[in-house]
Design a protein around this ligand. Structure first.
Ligand SMILES: Nc1ncnc2c1ncn2[C@@H]1O[C@H](COP(=O)(O)OP(=O)(O)OP(=O)(O)O)[C@@H](O)[C@H]1O
Length: 326
C-alpha cells in the first residue's frame, strides 16, 4: 500500500549519522527537512554539482540556503559527469554521483562518520523505472526496479520514500512552507522517462488508480526471482568453474546455461552479452563436440573463445588471445 509521507518517515530507522543526497528538487528537499527535524545534529547533506546544465548553479544555491537554515552540514562535490561516447548521460551522472557520495562518506571517517545515505526516489519514480525497464525489454533484474535498502562501500543505502506518491510528497513540502527548484530537464520529452512521466502516468492514474501498489508488487516478485537466478548462477559457476569448462556447461539446460554464462561474463569481465550474442554463443557451445571445434564470438569489447577445454574472454586491445585459443 502507498504510505503517507509521515508514515514512511516513522518507519525509517537508519544507523546514524545519516547523509541525505540533496539535489535541490522537491523530493530530496522534503527528505532532508524531515530527517533534520527527526535527528537534530545527526544529519548531513551531500550535493553533487554535475556541471551538466545551466540550472546547476541554481540547485547549488538552493541547497546552500536550505542547509544553512536547517543548520545541516553540507558537503558540496563537483564532478565531471560527461558520458563516454555512446553511454547514456543519465547513467554517467548517476555513476559519478554514487562515487562522489562514497568519497564524501570516506572523508568523514575521522569525525562524525556517515553510516547511511538516503535518497529520495518515491513511488512514481519506481513506476517510471519499471516502465522504462519494460520499454527496453529488460529481464527480471531490470523489472525488479529500485531496492529500498542495500549495502555498498561499507555504507547502508536507503530509499525511504519508495511507497509515497510524488503528489503526497510535494503536498507535505508545500504544507511546511518550503520551496524547491524545478529541474528544467524533467520537461524534456526526448527522454523516455520524461515521456512516461508526462503521458503514461496520468493515463494510468485515470484508468487504474491503484497502479503504484500493484506495480510495486510485480517489481517485488521480479526482485525475488532475480535474487534466485543470481544464487543459482553463483552455484552453477562454482560447478562449471571460472573460466567455465565447456563439457560442464553442456550438461546444463539452455536457460541455466544462459544464466551462468551471463553471470560469468558480468562478474569476471564486467561485460553483458546481447540476447543475439548469447544465443550464438550457446549454439557454438552445443556444436563443440570435437577437439578441433572452434568457438569465437564478439561480446562487449572483446571475444569469447575456446581455450582447450574451457571458454575464455579477452579484449584484443589489451591482451593477446589466451594460450590454447582456437
Ligand atoms: N545532484 C545531486 N546531488 C545529490 N543528490 C542527488 C543529486 N541528484 C539526485 N540526487 C539524489 O538521488 C535521488 C534520485 O535522483 P533523481 O535524479 O532520480 O531525482 P530528482 O528528480 O533529482 O529528485 P529531487 O526531486 O530530489 O530533485 C534524489 O532524490 C536525491 O536524493
Amino acid at each position: 500500500m502507498t504510505q503517507s509521507f509521515d508514515a514512511a518517515m516513522r518507519a525509517f530507522a537508519p544507523p546514524l549519522p545519516l547523509a541525505v543526497g540533496l539535489s535541490g528538487g522537491a523530493d530530496s528537499s522534503a527528505l532532508l527537512l524531515a530527517c533534520a527535524r527527526r535527528w537534530p545534529g545527526q544529519v548531513q547533506a551531500i550535493h553533487v554539482h554535475h556541471g551538466l546544465q545551466a540550472a546547476a548553479d541554481d540547485f547549488e544555491h538552493h541547497c546552500i540556503a536550505l542547509c544553512a537554515r536547517l543548520a545541516v552540514p553540507l558537503h558540496l562535490q563537483r564532478i565531471d559527469a560527461r558520458p563516454a561516447p555512446g553511454a547514456s548521460p543519465e547513467d554517467a551522472a548517476r555513476r559519478a554521483r554514487y562515487q562522489a557520495f562514497e568519497a564524501v562518506a570516506k572523508e568523514t571517517q575521522r569525525h562524525a562518520a556517515i553510516q547511511s545515505i538516503a535518497l529520495a526516489q518515491h513511488a512514481d519514480d519506481q513506476v517510471e523505472t519499471l516502465l522504462l525497464a519494460l520499454s527496453r525489454g529488460a529481464g527480471v533484474a531490470g523489472l525488479a526496479a529500485m531496492p529500498a535498502h542495500w549495502q555498498r562501500g561499507g555504507l547502508q543505502w536507503y530509499r525511504p520514500l519508495l511507497r509515497v506518491a510524488g503528489a503526497d510528497l510535494r503536498a507535505w513540502l508545500r504544507a511546511q512552507g518550503e520551496g524547491w527548484i524545478e529541474d528544467p530537464s524533467n520537461a524534456d520529452e526526448r527522454y523516455t522517462r520524461n515521456r512516461i512521466r508526462a503521458r503514461v502516468l496520468p493515463a494510468l492514474e485515470a484508468a487504474f488508480p491503484a497502479f503504484r501498489d500493484i506495480f510495486a508488487r510485480s517489481a517485488a516478485h521480479a526482485a525475488q526471482a532475480s535474487a534466485l537466478l543470481h544464487e543459482l548462477a553463483r552455484q552453477d559457476l562454482a560447478l562449471v568453474g571460472t573460466p567455465p569448462q565447456i563439457a560442464a556447461l553442456q550438461t546444463l539446460g539452455p536457460e541455466r546455461q544462459a544464466n551462468v554464462l551471463r553471470h560469468w561474463l558480468r562478474s569476471a569481465h564486467h561485460t553483458t552479452p546481447s540476447a543475439a550474442q548469447l544465443q550464438e554463443l550457446q549454439r557454438q557451445i552445443a556444436a563443440c563436440q570435437t577437439r578441433g571445434q572452434r568457438i569465437h564470438i564478439k561480446v562487449g569489447r572483446g571475444f569469447v573463445v575456446r581455450a582447450d577445454a574451457r571458454l575464455d574472454w579477452y579484449n584484443p586491445a589489451l591482451f593477446p588471445p589466451p594460450a590454447g585459443a582456437s
